[in-house]
Design a protein around this ligand. Structure first.
Ligand code: HEM
Length: 218
């Protein structure tokens, strides 16, 4: 049997950001669905309580985004290395990883990517997380912050095309985030056991096989 060694993959600030963000975004999806379709959905009692919870969860997600940005950009200074795909990732890595997720995973082949603290994400993760963390999350937060501050930010809202455009944009961005969330949670279960990728996101430590090419990444 191959020897296992533990590597420290997920530092504490990343774990704190991730679970605050996950809780916040799930709460935003549930309360947002009630605010958008009040005649069909009632998860949280009154319409007013759905709005209060939505605004509170939006604030938590925006603040936790700052934790993520400060940690990666200013403390670890690894944001570009970890999140930006390299030329080889784009030319070969994306296809290689997609083939794994769509085909070779199901016939028991090894994951082509083996994570380590310097190169945590496979090429598909890099591309998806880059779009999510640099475009989608900031855009949802900014449109949401405009919507809770209509009066003081009226000039900016008019510049962006008015309330209808802003509400529509916020809704479309939120739907894209929900679609990401479903795919993300499914892909996160494709480790050597269904919880293998959840453990490092909780404890920080990932068990990898030494001197072997067995998959631990996804
Ligand atoms: C119930 C909700 C969620 C669960 C169960 C979950 C699960 C996980 C797991 C297991 C990982 C570690 C494996 C990996 O790197 O993919 C991870 C990483 C990650 N997740 Fe999630 N996630 C959730 C929500 C979210 C949301 C809402 C976002 C963004 C909007 C998000 C963004 C990320 C990112 C960017 C990483 C990589 C973090 C890093 O190492 O820098 N997750 N997630």
């Amino acid at each position: 049997m191959a020897e296992k060694k533990l590597i420290y993959l997920q530092p504490k600030p990343v774990r704190i950001w991730h679970w605050l963000n996950a809780l916040g975004i799930v709460t935003l999806c549930l309360s947002g669905a009630q605010i958008r379709f009040p005649e069909h959905i009632n998860f949280l009692g009154s319409y007013k309580s759905a709005i209060l919870l939505h605004n509170a969860a939006g604030t938590v997600v925006s603040l936790s985004f700052v934790i993520w940005l400060v940690y990666y950009a200013l403390i670890a200074r690894s944001i570009a290395r970890i999140y930006v795909p390299k030329i080889d990732d784009l030319q070969h890595g994306l296809l290689r990883q997609a083939k794994y997720y769509f085909l070779t995973y199901f016939i028991g082949w090894d994951n082509p990517h083996h994570p380590n603290p310097q190169d945590k994400f496979n090429p598909l993760q890099k591309s998806a997380y880059l779009a999510i963390m640099f475009v989608l999350v900031p855009a949802v937060c900014l449109t949401g912050l405009l919507l809770i501050n209509i009066d003081p930010l009226r000039g900016l809202i008019v510049m962006l095309g008015g309330m209808k455009i802003l509400v529509g944009l916020h809704f479309l961005l939120a739907c894209s985030l929900c679609a990401f969330l479903v795919t993300h949670v499914y892909l996160a279960t494709l480790g050597h056991t269904p919880l293998a990728h959840f453990k490092p996101m909780w404890t920080g430590w990932e068990a990898v096989e030494e001197h072997s090419k067995t998959a631990t990444g996804h």
